[in-house]
Design a protein around this ligand. Sequence first.
Ligand SMILES: Cc1cc2nc3c(=O)[nH]c(=O)nc-3n(C[C@H](O)[C@H](O)[C@H](O)COP(=O)(O)OP(=O)(O)OC[C@H]3O[C@@H](n4cnc5c(N)ncnc54)[C@H](O)[C@@H]3O)c2cc1C
Length: 281
Amino acid sequence: MRIDEVIVPATLSEALSALKRNPDAVLCAGGTELFSEGPAGPADRNRTLISLHGIQELRHVSRTDLYVEVGSMTTLAELLALKEGFVPETLRSVVHGIGTFAVRNLATLGGNLSVTDRFRDCFPILACMDALAEYRQGTASRWVNLNRLIGPRGTPEMPRGEILTRIRIPLGGWDLGIAHKLGFPRINSRKSSLFVALARTDKRALSDIRILYACDRALRSREIESSLAGKKIPLLPRDIESAVGAYADYCSHAGIRESSAARFLTLVRRAFNQLNEGVTA
Ligand SMILES: Cc1cc2nc3c(=O)[nH]c(=O)nc-3n(C[C@H](O)[C@H](O)[C@H](O)COP(=O)(O)OP(=O)(O)OC[C@H]3O[C@@H](n4cnc5c(N)ncnc54)[C@H](O)[C@@H]3O)c2cc1C
């Protein structure tokens, strides 16, 4: 990427005005994704870069009984430094598995959720939690459920020309919280993938289950999740086999590579077993 101008706004409103004047500008948060993989975007033309680094209002973190709200420029290290229990434990474990200490010091939650060509690690867990993202453009703002940023083919459809300002994370308790990363830890690998499973039980029945596997695309079937709700815990072997079979059909209809599908099905089966063993989040 060739950059011929860097704009460093001190406030969000300055950043929004700069983006309005330069709708093709590249937004830069920590820069750890943007500058870690060679040319990010066409090299044949110069680009304007808007650095969000100095905008303090995008670093605000607050909490109510119902949710935590995290400014998009909050770094991953700052998230980990919050006192225990401030953010859901499964999210903490995902953040802890991202890059190295040095990377987490620069990398932001907003940047992690805004990568355009693949879902990075915080996306699957926050999508399963039904987190909302606030986007601002000019004087307008809107809240979007992260699941709406998954396109019909399971690939990211990130808003363009808008700034992600806050992420609202619901605090509903989960009885099962699994986040399992596959691939190469600590490096920025295209080959890593992340499996997430969250479940709630009520009176020994499964009241809510969410399963998302982010490989080269996001795999999630609301239909299978709904078909599992209400089942008694422990799940019967035939319930497990039928759900794993449904996921196998889902993968084959979606045209998922055999190796990815096999990994996904193994992780699904393991999550059901953990649920039966009463593993807590
Ligand atoms: C050695 C190394 C290891 C890594 N390991 C991992 C890993 O294990 N897991 C993982 O998920 N990632 C990993 N990464 C990638 C990266 O560090 C993270 O994804 C990071 O969270 C990206 O955040 P950032 O602030 O640096 O984003 P940036 O690089 O600044 O931006 C990323 C993208 O988001 C856009 N963007 C940034 N902020 C906003 C905003 N507020 N609104 C709209 N668009 C915005 C940018 O334009 C860009 O397209 C690694 C990187 C390195 C260098």
